[in-house]
Design a protein around this ligand. Structure first.
Ligand SMILES: [Zn+2]
Length: 181
């Protein structure tokens, strides 16, 4: 693990047994680069250089995100409001998926997550939504809900998954773009 700099971007380089480079921008703006063992530092640096625009854009997006109230009663109340908001949006979709495909999540959970908007455990049938979605437009929250419901049917992000998502929510791409912009 080394902190390096390329093109004015500081990043932490990790070596791992993987085949390609992955760049992650964390919520605090820090940049994490995971590279295969065989890759030299200058090769990794070139990769970061190529991705400079994308990294800067991600850092700006993250800077604009509202800060959550600190852990305590205020955050708990935000969580309660989020649960209510998400419930209203998810109920009609939950009904629709049950009628059309015979599936339903066993449980909805709302919690604070750092890197994902939502997740779905195919095994346990639990859908988790990020409390941070509370600040996002309704159409974006709805996109995450439908995305996760589709995972009750299609586990992987493969063609079947995207076919199903497109069938249920034809404009999901623009919603996703709005969510991450
Ligand atoms: Zn997914």
């Amino acid at each position: 693990m080394k902190t390096l700099e390329t093109n004015g971007i500081s990043y932490i380089l990790y070596k791992a047994s993987r085949k390609s480079v992955a760049i992650t921008v964390k919520r605090d703006g820090s940049v994490h680069v995971r590279a295969p063992y065989w890759m030299t530092r200058s090769q990794a640096g070139r990769f970061v250089k190529q991705k400079t625009d994308w990294i800067r854009a991600r850092q700006l997006v993250l800077q604009r995100e509202p800060t959550l109230p600190p852990a305590g009663p205020e955050r708990e109340s935000l969580k309660k409001q989020a649960v209510e908001k998400f419930r209203k949006l998810s109920l009609p979709w939950e009904r629709r998926f049950k009628e059309r495909y015979g599936v339903a999540p066993r449980r909805w959970t709302v919690r604070l997550m750092d890197t994902r908007w939502g997740s779905c455990s195919f095994k346990t049938g639990r859908i988790t939504l990020n409390v941070r979605l509370f600040y996002k437009p309704l159409e974006c929250i709805e996109y995450v809900i439908v995305h996760e419901l589709c995972h009750l049917i299609e586990q992987a992000h493969d063609k079947n998954f995207y076919d199903l998502l497109t069938k249920e929510l034809p404009d999901w791409k623009s919603r996703r773009k709005k969510l991450n912009d």
